[in-house]
Design a protein. Structure first.
Length: 474
């Protein structure tokens, strides 16, 4: 029997996108290699992410959520009123990087995170990459087998933060300190033995070139999105879930029936009983829209829409006294003054990903996790500009150039948000051409990804050839 594996999966601290991807990876690891997994460790550096992961996995699985202690400096951007505060982000996420990696190394050692690790997957945590490298040097001195490690990410902090820093005027002395911190991050990312990054639009091509420079070779490319309709069917206990998964395994594509069944199940989970189209509005797990949505929700209160609206904004739900309660594992509540307006918060045992089949349109910013979820379920997007956040804007522009989304400026969104999503007659816009293009995107690529990751743990095994396309669109 193959050696039992201890796997470490580390999401980063900026938003919840990589934490949601960690959920997909954990589930697929147990699906493909459950008998080989002795333990999966998920180290996180904030209370918010620790709480997020507490209820995401089936009871009884050998999963440990580790709250890393005494990490006061993290790569976590500062958001404000629909945009990124570039100067404060540089001060809080970039300049203290040398202290940050020292804190990570100490916490990982003190809490025994790497001691028995066989495979480490970092989702954009360069501090961990450096720590694994040093740990492997110590293992080599003891003639012990090194930890297999890999970066799985949709961008690279060294490039994203550099582009943000270039947009901010700063004195020469500060610019020099910023450059030193950027060099530290770049050097740590380059210590990764390999990287798996997404295809366009989730990882715009500038990141592909950047990783080539970091690694000395092209990074391997994940052929599509993580997740899809089968995730919804399995969460909902759909009786056809196993058959449809078997069909996908046989035909290497998600069966059309899975989309229609997932839509029915997702609407049921949300308590939507009518046949109206549904809009999803979300700031994508960050605080970026906490000050922006108030006017839009006020408008929906005064003039109920001719479509359903689902909103992920705990701030607005609290402000309006919406009573959130769990129904089928989904924390949700209907607005007391607008019956077609539903607020959601936590999901027990899964992420918001499994609700996406219910949506006909998403109004959001172009975070990698949110765009991934929309594409995985064939949902068109209206993407709102996020000034100052270079990476998110690159994804947005990539989506627009590929014809799978429409874009609006932050000024347009704040000035007339309903006009961004409504047709002239007041109905919800139907982006049919965009949806048709999205449905050509491969989904459930966590199957391929986990197969690649498990290959790394086989002694002497070679690696599969990477897909030859840098775009998810065929």
């Amino acid at each position: 029997m193959d050696k039992a594996l201890t796997v470490v999966i580390a999401p980063n601290e900026d938003g919840l996108g990589t934490s949601a991807w960690a959920v997909r990876l954990v589930r697929e690891l147990f699906r493909q290699a459950g008998e080989r997994i002795s333990e999966i460790k998920i180290p996180v550096a904030t209370d918010r992410r620790y709480e997020f992961h507490q209820d995401k996995y089936p009871a009884g699985l050998p999963i440990e959520i580790i709250r890393l202690r005494d990490i006061t400096n993290r790569i976590e951007l500062v958001k404000k009123a629909g945009s990124v505060d570039v100067r404060r982000s540089i001060e809080q996420a970039l300049l203290p990087y040398a202290r940050s990696r020292a804190e990570y190394a100490t916490a990982l050692m003190n809490q025994d995170v790497l001691a028995r690790a066989d495979l480490v997957i970092d989702l954009g945590v360069p501090q961990l990459v450096r720590a694994v490298h040093h740990h492997n040097l110590s293992r080599a001195m003891r003639s012990e087998r090194p930890i297999n490690s890999i970066t799985v990410f949709d961008h690279a902090w060294s490039l994203s933060l550099r582009k943000m820093a270039l947009s901010a005027a700063m004195p020469e002395a500060l610019a020099q300190v910023v450059e030193e911190a950027l060099t530290d991050i770049e050097n740590d990312e380059a210590l990764a033995p390999d990287a798996l990054i997404f295809a366009e639009p989730l990882s715009p091509l500038d990141y592909h070139g950047h990783w080539r420079k970091l690694l000395g070779h092209f990074p391997r490319v994940i052929p599509g999105t993580l997740g899809g309709p089968l995730s919804t069917l399995e969460f909902a206990g759909d009786p056809e879930a196993a058959r449809l998964r078997a069909e996908m395994k046989r035909d290497d594509r998600c069966p059309p029936e899975a989309y229609s069944r997932a839509r029915q199940q997702a609407k049921r989970l949300l308590g939507i009983e009518n046949d109206l189209p549904t809009l999803f509005i979300s700031g994508a797990g960050t605080s970026v829209w906490d000050e922006v949505l108030q006017g839009l929700i006020d408008n929906y209160e005064r003039n109920q829409p001719e479509y359903n609206v689902v909103v992920y904004s705990p701030v607005e739900a609290s402000r309006r006294g919406v009573n959130l309660a769990y129904h089928n594992g989904i924390e949700r509540g209907t607005h007391p003054k607008a019956e077609r307006l539903t607020f959601i918060n936590r999901t027990i045992g899964e992420t918001h990903h499994i609700l996406c089949p219910a949506f006909d349109l998403m109004l959001t910013r172009a975070g990698g996790g949110t765009v991934n979820d929309a594409l995985a379920h064939g949902v068109p997007l209206v993407l709102v500009e996020e000034p100052g956040m270079w990476q998110v804007e690159q994804i947005r522009q990539s989506c627009l150039s590929l014809g799978i989304a429409e874009g609006v400026t932050l000024k347009e969104f704040r000035g007339s948000p309903r006009a961004c999503v409504e047709s002239p007659d007041g109905g919800l816009r139907r982006l049919k051409e965009q949806r048709e293009r999205i449905l050509t995107v491969p989904n459930h690529s966590e199957i391929w990804l986990v197969r690649e990751l498990l290959t790394m743990t086989q002694p002497g095994a070679g690696q599969s050839a990477a897909p030859d396309s840098h775009s998810v669109l065929r």
